[in-house]
Ligand binder design. Sequence first.
Ligand code: FAD
Length: 435
Amino acid sequence: MQKEQTSNALVWYRNDLRTQDQNSLYNACSKHEKVVAIYYLDPRHFEYDDYGFKRTEVFRAKFLLESLEDLKNRLSDLNISLFVIQDRPENHMPEFSNNHKITDVYYQHEWTTYEREVEASLKQAIDLNWHPSYDQFLFHPEDVPYDSKNIPEVFTQFRKRLEKETCVRSELTASKRSQSNRIGNTPSVPSLPDLGFDLPDIPERTAFPFEGGESAGLNRIEEYMFQSRKLAYYKKTRNGLVGIDYSSKFSAWLANGSLSPRTIYWSVKRFEKAFKKNQSTYWMIFELIWRDYFKYISLKHGDSIFYLGGIKNRAYNWSSEERLVRKWINGETESDFVNANMIELKQTGWMSNRGRQNVASYLSRDLEVDWRIGAAYFESMLLDYDVHSNYGNWMYVSGVGNDPRDRKFNVQLQAQRYDADHRFRKRWLQTDLFS
Ligand code: FAD
């Protein structure tokens, strides 16, 4: 491919904090000699929302900073400098691109309101060649047999056609730059106190003891799939509640893009070739299709994923009673199963999928509290917060989304089924046992 010698590329990192299988990085390196990278720690992500929750709490902030530190090192191995800037992109990028004689910007296309607005104001302020690309999907939007307006409302329909008709693209590897591409004196990655946080005191019994960053994410794939081979049992264990291995824990790396879903997919395929292909290996991919599905639903429905009536535009008699919300958040409801899950979230930023389904159903269907308050609390707290998965799942469980059967969880029966020996509840309710 002919390189454009006189043009300089900027890779504007968003939720795609990796070097392996990174479309923007790959394209920038294929087409330009000079490549520099930037990430904005936008202060708006750390403000309080309308419900009084910090948009990003300490657990995800810590994970993000670790991810950026790792990204800086990995890019440095490619002779690419990463600038991590605490500012709004609109305030900083115009002067930066001018100073570095940037001609082209490569970035992941995001479609939620705030991200669209940022992009629009940048484009208005700076006259550059903008190269957005979808890089968050397993199945690329150009390859799926639907356009965004006719995505089926039922997951099974969506999945079956995709599995028959669509292939997952191969992984991309960006080429290394020459030494002269490096820029001296890039600012160091800010610390938690720089972002206004104290260091968190995370209990050792956390189910998510992992660090942020692509290197840790790739290690987790290696460990979960190829060393312990737990992937072979995933379908049997995935509803678990205790420990690190009942599920993959890939979500946090996927959420900020430290891992590409295609890397996970192709690792599963490698595992199947080397060891075993079974229902569990299939189910890992099945769950990744759920992840894609909520992104496609969000593309289709736009901002209605944030509305009270959801994508179904359905009216219920919702309450927003603060007392009920406080009890739910603090693990003081009448259900010890809900309480244990909520305490785990509060202390660690993590909750299992089984836990999330139950606490969400309890808040919206039993307490009949406005589901968006729960979703906003999850947004604040979750290590793996992903706008589409979070709001999509909340709508689903709350009866305003894609569940064709409109189910409600019986939290007592669920506790008996998934925590019969009370191991999970003891772990989070009797804190003195573990401190
Ligand atoms: P595994 O069971 O190992 O699954 C592998 C991967 O498949 C996950 O990493 C994830 O990317 C994907 N996946 C699995 N289940 C789902 C699902 N139900 N929806 C979408 N993708 C799925 N997931 C997030 O990544 N971010 C969120 O903000 C989020 N909010 C949620 C809110 C509620 C109310 C509920 C019920 C679920 C939410 N989930 C969210 C989905 C799911 O709970 C997590 O993806 C899962 O628990 C992560 O653990 P894991 O990586 O070990 O998953």
